[in-house]
Design a protein around this ligand. Structure first.
Ligand code: FPP
Length: 278
């Protein structure tokens, strides 16, 4: 029987409560988990030790995000470009992913997490595909956090597959080129139905998007930390959310216009809460 998520400690619960009172919790957080190899190197360990410890960070962040009330968490777990790594590392990563899926699927289900994937999953080993589809099937009715694993994913791959599908729909007569809008394109992307990320977190101090959700990140706030992914735990996640809450999101408009949210609306959010209660 899989164990449930650990109970949040009292201190942790207080921190989560404080964040909820301070401002909006981002609905969708996307993470570029980087630095596993460097973490291991710094400790004189093989790269796989970094990936293994990275799975611990995944577990902690999924748990914290669910408890905090984040609706969608997208993790860049394996990019299209990662296939070009040495065969041995790819194979070790696949084994680690398989083990993590086997170990965690029941626990995710028990905690009301819905599993979803984006990417060219047909390229993954068959046993991983089977494990993924079992996990997706099992958790499809859950109503808590949606955990989206980006596997064999890249933003350009996503756009290309969307254009191919749209072109096919045009050829079949179901779609006319004049009707193609930004909204139409969004429904052909692998993230259809998922709101764009409010917050993108990248670990290990690199200032790059690395072919992640190219279309979807158009207006996401970006938080970059120098910590390597295996060292990134819930306290760092809370710092990122806090950082997000201080931003003013203008979406190309000017401060004070309707729809503008973030830092200034955090103030309004606190004011309303002080009158109406949490
Ligand atoms: C980046 O570190 C990390 C990856 C390419 C893989 C991330 C995978 C995991 C954390 C494990 C499996 C995931 C799940 C969802 C269970 P890097 O190797 O690029 O590090 P470096 O830049 O320091 O070399």
């Amino acid at each position: 029987m899989a164990k449930g998520f650990r109970q949040a400690s009292e201190r942790d619960k207080k921190e989560q409560e404080r964040l909820r009172n301070e401002g909006e919790i981002p609905k969708h957080v996307a993470i570029i988990m980087d630095g596993n190899g460097r973490w291991a190197k710094k400790k004189g360990l093989p790269r796989i030790a970094g990936h293994r410890e990275g799975v611990e960070s995944v577990r902690d962040i999924v748990e914290a995000a669910g408890q905090l009330g984040v609706d969608f968490l997208t993790l860049y777990a394996f990019s299209t470009e990662n296939w070009k790594r040495p065969e041995e590392e790819v194979s070790l990563l696949m084994r680690l992913l398989l083990k993590a899926l086997r170990d965690e699927a029941d626990r995710l289900h028990k905690n009301n997490v819905r599993l979803r994937t984006i990417g060219d999953v047909g390229r993954l080993p068959e046993e991983i595909q089977a494990e993924l589809s079992d996990g997706i099937q099992k958790t499809r009715g859950n109503t808590g956090l949606t955990l989206i694993l980006a596997l064999s994913y890249s933003g350009r791959w996503d756009l290309a597959q969307a254009f191919r599908a749209m072109a096919a729909a045009v050829r079949a007569g179901g779609l006319s080129p004049e009707d193609v809008s930004e909204q139409t394109l969004a429904t052909y992307l692998s993230t259809a139905g998922v709101p764009d990320p409010d917050l993108l977190i990248r670990t290990s101090g690199e200032f790059r998007i690395s072919n992640f959700l190219l279309w979807q990140l158009a207006y996401s706030e970006i938080h970059i930390t120098s910590k390597f992914w295996p060292d990134f735990r819930r306290a760092d996640f809370y710092t990122a959310v806090s950082d997000y809450q201080r931003r003013e999101r203008r979406f190309g408009m000017i401060s004070g216009q309707a729809g503008v949210s973030g830092g200034s609306s955090s103030y309004v959010h606190r004011l309303i809460k002080s009158v109406t209660g949490p």
